[in-house]
Write a protein that binds this ligand. Structure first.
Ligand code: NAD
Length: 611
């Protein structure tokens, strides 16, 4: 028989604690909610009230249930109020000495049979437990932010946690409607171990002015389907908490430099920019605690006025916008005959551009033309496109097998094979043929754009235009500017992206651009975690989906993307950035060698032969 939990205590009513109180009270459990002072208690009460009022406003909670929920919560200052609870969850700031002091006191005030749990994200549950005389009754119960919404709970057992306590806590999670994964005590557990290197990397991108905050966030939302971008997530977590988690993970997790907090973070914390809770972090919010972002000095001018201004480099708190006028583009040349070229031709033609498609021969042009027709017809069948629109789009495309027909286009998009020598030769030819001032864009996903640019005498006019596959569907385009690209060329392609109905995000010319540089190391880390037997592929996938709201877990995604592609991208990142943590996971290499490439070979991390 699982133990009955009728009253629980929550210590610390900040970002996490207030949400945890709500989770228990919503599920019919009485809560003693404890803070360090009256003002802090009031803040916690206000957070709970605001959250439950929002739930009522959204129709997710009946007013009577809200009132009953509040009646179950008893607020108090000081730990002695917890003398008769069955379980305590501590959610105070992420400092080991503070948590140890609190656990020592909890041990004195709580009933001997009470379970003492910590919501720590990165500290050692074992080290916290030895501050008590009952380490076998100490456990980690790691909720995700926002606690009332996210389904996952990581249950962390130490080497001394008793199996009954683990079972009781697992049963409690089920009663709360949560899905638990039970794991051993390791820095960052599953989700944070995979998340924080990525978050820190995104902060490094802001710090180095590699890309603007809005662009980094848009890239990960639109390119990977994540519920929020990394910088908005940092603001939600709280920059002080994130700093402590990174710092602890760095020290506990083998001094992986990717977890060494980026200096900008420390500066922001010192300056009181803690994220949503203080009203300002990477973004500025309507007021402290509000989720509503308001424009500030660093707001992208292009977003603000939707017009000519483009914002080239942004530091937090400083708006260094670069004003440049985009050139008028009406006629576009697209070179190539593969999947990407075909999709890009369709995208431009549908958006009203006059298109010149150049392939290596009439036969290839015929194939591409058929593919474009088939795709447009699908749009008609699905009711997304009228027959007249389809015919007009097809009528706008000219088919050619010679580059000479690109003499009068305003923009060229190259989407030929991913080989530098081929692209360089092509750009040298384009340089001879195209009129001056034309923007020359490459869709490369891995080659340095500057190499391609320097094959011409007009590197200022060369940019990267990285579409995602399938181009007609994916809303994101990465606009890559090299150190020679002019602001006008960047402004022009950004305006073109907007006219295509895509979000163009601007970034520097580095391996992986924004999306792949942030995504693939995380996937690689998941493989390393599996390889270390810390958890299973199923639990790791669960953790990322239910704890972080990702549309797919890392192993599901790897099987879709293809393990060979993932390995190739990871190798490139490793070679260019020389970051030891980016070294491809040996297990990934072995699976590729074995021919287990994912869904396309019916076997990757999972067996797809019967599905
Ligand atoms: N923020 C997140 O996204 C997140 C997610 C999961 C877990 N966590 C973990 O949850 C814990 C709390 O983090 P947070 O982000 O909620 O922090 P927070 O700073 O938002 O809140 C901490 C609260 O603890 C209170 N407090 C401090 N000392 C206290 C004491 N002696 N007694 C009672 N209350 C005290 C503070 O007044 C504050 O309200 C940390 O261990 C953190 O790692 C955070």
């Amino acid at each position: 028989m699982a133990r009955e939990f009728s009253t629980v205590g929550v210590v610390g009513l900040g970002t996490m604690g207030a949400g945890i109180v709500e989770v228990f009270a919503r599920n019919g459990i009485d809560v003693v909610a404890v803070e360090i002072s009256e003002p802090a208690l009031e803040r916690g009460r206000a957070t709970l009230t605001a959250s439950t009022d929002r739930a009522v406003a959204k129709g997710k909670l009946a007013p009577a249930d809200r009132d009953a929920l509040h009646e179950r919560v008893h607020f108090a200052v000081g730990l002695p109020a917890l003398h008769s609870v069955d379980l305590v969850i501590e959610a105070v700031p992420e400092h080991l000495d503070l948590k140890q002091r609190i656990f020592a006191e909890l041990d004195r005030v709580c009933r001997p049979e009470a379970i003492l749990a910590t919501n720590t994200s990165s500290l050692s549950v074992t080290e916290i437990s030895v501050a008590t005389t009952r380490p076998n009754q100490v456990i980690g119960i790691h909720f995700f932010n926002p606690a009332p919404v996210m389904k996952l709970v990581e249950v962390v057992r130490t080497v001394v946690t008793s199996p009954e306590v683990v079972a009781d806590v697992e049963a409690l999670c089920a009663r709360l409607g949560k899905v638990d994964v039970t794991i051993n005590d390791r820095a960052g557990f599953i989700a944070n171990a995979l998340l924080f290197g990525y978050l820190n990397h995104a902060v490094a991108m802001v710090e180095s002015h590699y890309a603007a905050r809005e662009d980094i966030d848009a890239a990960m939302k639109l390119g990977c389907g994540l519920p929020m971008g990394p910088l908005a997530l940092m603001d939600l977590i709280g920059l002080d908490t994130a700093y402590e988690i990174l710092d602890t993970m760095y020290r506990r997790g083998g001094r992986d430099r990717r977890h060494a907090p980026v200096p900008l973070l420390k500066q922001m914390v010192t300056a009181g920019l803690l994220g949503r809770k203080s009203g300002r972090g990477f973004y500025t919010y309507e007021r402290p605690g509000s989720p509503v972002v308001v424009p500030d000095g660093a707001t992208d001018a292009a977003v603000a006025d939707g017009a000519r201004a483009i914002y080239a480099e942004v530091g937090i708190g400083s708006a260094r916008s670069e004003l440049a006028s985009p050139a008028v583009v009406t006629k576009v040349g697209i070179v190539g005959s593969g999947t990407m070229a075909t999709g890009i031709i369709e995208v431009f033609a549908k958006a009203g551009y006059e298109v010149v498609s150049v392939t290596r021969g009439a036969e290839k042009s015929a194939t591409v033309c058929e593919a474009v027709k088939t795709s447009l017809n699908k749009g008609v069948v699905r009711g997304r496109l009228t027959e007249a629109d389809r015919d007009a789009a097809l009528g706008r495309i000219g088919w050619s097998a010679t580059l000479d027909h690109l003499a009068d286009v305003d923009l060229v998009v190259e989407a030929v094979v991913e080989e530098l020598s081929v692209k360089k030769a092509l750009f040298a030819s384009l340089d001879e043929i195209c009129k001056p001032g034309v923007v020359l864009a490459t869709t490369t996903s891995s080659l340095p754009v500057i190499d391609v640019a320097m094959a011409t005498h007009r590197p200022a006019d060369v940019v990267g235009l990285h579409f995602f596959n399938p181009a007609p569907v994916m809303p994101l385009v990465e606009v890559v500017r090299t150190i020679r690209t002019s602001p006008e060329a960047t402004a022009t392609v950004r305006a073109v992206c907007a006219a295509l109905g895509k979000t163009g995000v601007v970034c520097g010319d580095r391996s992986g651009f924004i999306v792949n540089a942030l995504l693939f190391p995380y996937l690689n880390d998941a493989v390393k975690m599996l390889e270390a037997s810390y958890s299973t592929a199923d639990d790791i996938d669960h953790a990322m989906k239910l704890g972080c709201g990702y549309p797919m877990g890392p192993f599901e995604l790897l099987d879709v993307v293809g393990l060979d592609i993932a390995l190739a991208i990871q190798r490139e990142l490793y070679l260019e950035l020389r970051e030891p943590g980016f070294a491809p996971a040996p297990l990934l290499e072995h699976l590729v060698t074995a021919g287990y490439l994912g869904r396309k070979t019916r076997r990757g991390f999972r067996d797809h032969s019967h599905r």
